[in-house]
Design a protein around this ligand. Structure first.
Ligand code: NIG
Ligand code: FE
Length: 398
């Protein structure tokens, strides 16, 4: 990639030219569902995409970047992460790789470490993982609370998350807090009462881990409904470790997303296909817990909308890498490379109800990734290779 500045004052417009294949995710602009344009250029004006089209027709700009025949895609949209945490669970992972099963109980280890951590430590951790994700092409990230589990610690987690992203999710119902182990109903009362009061001002979304060992369907319904009444939009950790009511509840409540979707009945698949709820698949969790992957092919063939996310968290999936998830989705979940790239960009945007990200078309936020490869297909074809060569976020080259 070579750059040249022709303006003498601060540049406002930049043309990125000689892009071998540009994924726009706008079918009106190019081939197929990805709206692929060959020999393309993109013009960025400030923090927005101003123009896309054939490289030879690019308008004059203050700045010009020669992509040198690389491919370009929209910045990845990660709609599911748990980045506000402290501590380390290497030993748990090590034991799991020696045969011990994954369970929701490991979350308690991180809750203790997170409560004990200072604000500065938590801020630094979130900043480190957001930067790590950005270097791998992620330009939008949702961040959940869920390792505080007191009103004060959950509100603190949301405040810290909000310093790093606009997409903040209240997950006070991650597990029943250890202090309430003998009285889960009292914990649900806390989450839907004082904790919600303390947390709602700092969040856009509300999430529940609906699973054996966490919250059952009735508890999840109570919590999500209380959140909706406070203006939060539901999303659900659903059907991760076992069959259960999570997916149906997500669709019934109009959740933006049902996340994991690993154990689905035909009725669950039908509900996702017919409703507006996105099925967000998190293959890093299956990879890191040696579990069976969700069947993306089945969901796509039924007509469901699928998103991908790394689910970055210290327990079940300690990766921030969307390219890794794209490769897993193609190899292990029956997705085509085009479907996986769409799910990691436009799919994530759908799961966050966003129309300004996940696409490269005029008016969108200028979030663009150049790949050291001639095609986006290389994200799956060359697994584990650091292909992200340049990232623009909000129009700024990072
Ligand atoms: O998405 N499923 C629940 N929450 C996380 C795991 C959290 C943890 O193990 O610390 C997940 O996999
Ligand atoms: Fe999760």
């Amino acid at each position: 990639m070579t750059t040249a500045t022709t303006a003498t004052t601060a540049p406002t417009t930049t043309a990125i030219t000689d892009i071998a294949g540009l994924v726009t995710n706008d079918p009106s602009l190019g081939e197929g569902p990805l709206g692929l344009i060959r020999d393309a250029a993109v013009v960025i004006d400030g923090d927005r995409i101003a123009w896309v089209g054939e490289s030879s027709k690019a308008p004059a700009t203050d700045n010009r970047v020669d992509a040198g025949g690389r491919a370009a895609i929209p910045g990845f949209v990660d709609s599911h992460s748990h980045l506000v945490f402290a501590g380390d669970r290497t030993e748990e992972f090590n034991a799991r790789m020696s045969g011990r099963p994954y369970s929701a109980g490991g979350i308690r280890t991180t809750v203790a470490a997170t409560r004990a951590a200072s604000n500065n430590v938590l801020h630094a951790n979130v900043g480190r993982y957001v930067a790590e994700a950005r270097r791998q092409g992620t330009t939008t990230v949702e961040i959940k609370s869920g390792y505080g589990l007191t009103s004060q610690d959950e509100a603190r987690a949301l405040t810290i998350a909000g310093a790093h992203t606009d997409e903040v999710t209240f997950l006070g119902a991650h597990i029943v807090a250890p202090e309430f182990a003998d009285d889960p109903a009292a914990y649900v009362d806390l989450v839907t009462g004082p904790m919600l009061d303390a947390c709602a001002p700092y969040a856009r979304w509300i999430d529940v881990f609906c699973e054996q060992g966490a919250f059952d369907g009735d508890q999840a319904r109570t919590i999500l409904t209380a959140g909706k009444e406070r203006g939060l939009i539901p999303r659900v950790h659903a059907n991760q470790l076992s069959y259960g009511p999570g997916v149906q509840l997500a669709v019934e409540l109009g959740a933006a997303s049902a996340d994991h979707c690993t154990h689905l009945t035909d009725a669950d698949v039908d509900a996702l296909a017919q409703g507006e709820t996105v099925a967000t698949l998190l293959p890093g969790a299956e990879f890191s817990t040696r579990s069976t992957y969700p069947d993306a092919r089945r969901l796509l063939d039924a007509g469901a909308t699928v998103a991908l996310s790394p689910d970055c968290n210290p327990g079940s999936s300690f990766t921030s890498s969307m390219p890794f998830c794209v490769a897993l989705a193609v190899r292990e979940m029956g997705m085509t490379p085009d479907e996986a790239v769409w799910a990691a960009t436009a799919g994530g945007a759908r799961a966050l109800h966003r129309t300004d990200v996940g696409r490269v078309s005029p008016g969108a936020r200028a979030d663009l990734v150049l790949l050291d490869a001639p095609s986006h297909v290389h994200l799956a074809y060359r697994p584990g290779v650091p292909l992200v060569s340049a990232v623009w976020h909000n129009g700024t080259l990072i």
